[in-house]
Design a protein around this ligand. Structure first.
Ligand SMILES: [Zn+2]
Length: 197
């Protein structure tokens, strides 16, 4: 039997991705029975994060301040600009350790069916940024979904007169991938993008 307060907590936990009724119930009971102080800390962290984390004014990634640490870091190569769909993509690229330029977060991809158009993705702001900064290479790192590809082509067409080098992340076989299990489109792209050993 759930009390109204417990029921409310379980419903709120279900807003998290991949958390259904059963997992939410387990989490709530675990917090209440064994992790009360951690639960209080979690609530405080959520309260601070939801109220105080904002979008960086320059790149639209998440930031504690108006300008994020990556945009502020003068050691990064400001001539490289990488366009991604989300702040999660920035984190993924940062964790790879392979990139030392700056970012621009679109906040999604073009999807007319869902009503997401160029106006929703800060694309005017991206164009203005490319015009005003000395960008030597624009890396379009949107996803390899149809929407991600469409978004990449749209950005390419919008900015190709303002930046000389526009690149796209290579697509191909994942590490540990066996050829016989790779779909034919990926294999086709991997062959086209092949490099020297
Ligand atoms: Zn920033």
């Amino acid at each position: 039997m759930l009390t109204p307060k417990l029921d409310h907590l379980i419903k709120q936990l279900q807003i998290l991705p991949s958390v259904g009724q059963k997992s939410a119930q387990r989490m709530a009971l675990q917090l209440l029975s064994k992790k009360r102080q951690q639960g209080i800390n979690l609530a405080a962290a959520l309260d601070i994060a939801m109220k105080e984390i904002i979008e960086c004014r320059h790149c639209h990634s998440f930031s504690d301040d108006e300008i994020c640490p990556i945009c502020r870091d003068s050691r990064r190569d400001s001539s490289l600009l990488c366009v991604v769909e989300s702040a999660a993509d920035v984190m993924a690229i940062e964790q790879s350790g392979a990139y030392r330029g700056r970012y621009f977060v679109l906040g999604g991809h073009l999807s007319p069916i869902d009503g997401i158009n160029a106006d929703d993705l800060h694309i005017d702001e991206l164009i203005a940024r490319i015009k005003n900064e000395a960008i030597s290479e624009l890396i379009i790192a949107t996803g390899s979904t149809i929407e991600g590809q469409t978004t990449a082509f749209f950005i390419h067409d919008a900015v190709c007169n303002h930046v000389t080098k526009i690149t796209r992340l290579a697509q191909g076989i994942p590490m540990g991938g066996e050829l016989e299990y790779i779909d034919s489109i990926t294999l086709h792209q991997a062959l086209q993008n092949r490099g020297s050993l």
